[in-house]
Design a binder for this molecule. Structure first.
Ligand code: ADP
Ligand code: NI
Length: 214
């Protein structure tokens, strides 16, 4: 079997039973988005595909806060199927650094492949899919949908972001609405625009209905 097929199989099996916003279908969408962006932005296709497939293989959010578990599993898996060392290093780098965690992480030297896969992951966090995933995650955590007494906390540190048990609506202001301006590639920025605008429309309608205006 070839490398992509083996990886697909491994990821599907690992992500059996995870929260639906981080399941195989999320990975499949990110994989497709990454390939779409790479048509215009280039980059090494194998690195992009492997990183897209493995980027959420084990998330710290579901593994007692262990931030390195995903990159460790990625390295072990790629070694086991005998992928070339230089490719492994690039993929592990992406998996290690892709996550948002408040956005305030230290500066890293980004590669084109990193930029593409991060944009592809961020696209799946916004728009209609982003809305669905966010409410699913909030429900999974037992968070409130909305609480007008709780203000969004913009610019949280990584530690604050990870601890926060805020409302799902606040997650839009604390993270999702910021992603459009954080897109790395021009293609990613273009694709983000309509998804961003869709969320703005949703929030407007949500607040109108909350306040009995419509
Ligand atoms: P992180 O931002 O932790 O690196 P991910 O990119 O894995 O996270 O987050 C993916 C998606 O999970 C988010 O776009 C959102 O839909 C959901 N999510 C993460 N944290 C929260 C939260 N506190 N409230 C609601 N949804 C969340
Ligand atoms: Ni992801």
């Amino acid at each position: 079997m070839e490398v992509i097929e083996l990886t697909t199989q491994f990821v599907k099996q690992q992500l059996n039973n995870v929260e639906s916003g981080h399941d195989w279908f999320h990975i499949e969408r990110v994989w497709k988005n990454a390939l779409l962006i790479s048509k215009a932005e280039k980059g090494n296709k194998l690195i992009i595909e492997l990183a897209a497939l493995l980027h959420d293989i084990a998330d710290y959010k579901f593994n007692n806060g262990d931030e390195l578990i995903g990159s460790r599993m990625t390295e072990n898996f790629l070694e086991s199927i005998k992928v070339e060392r230089s490719i492994i290093n690039e993929v592990v780098f992406i998996v290690k650094h892709i996550s948002y965690k408040g956005g305030n992480t230290k500066k890293i030297e980004k590669t084109i492949e990193f930029n593409i896969v991060q944009d592809a992951d961020r696209l799946d966090a916004i728009g209609a899919i982003g809305i669905a995933r966010t409410f699913n995650f909030g429900g999974y955590k037992g968070n409130e949908i909305h609480n007008p007494r709780q203000q969004p906390k913009i610019g949280q540190s990584k530690e604050e972001y990870k601890k926060s048990a805020g409302t799902t609506i606040n997650h839009f202001y604390e993270k999702l609405l910021l992603l459009q301006d954080l897109m790395n590639t021009d293609t990613g920025k273009k694709l983000a625009k309509s998804r961003h605008d869709y969320m703005i429309g949703f929030l407007q309608q949500f607040h109108n209905e909350w306040n009995g205006l419509k």
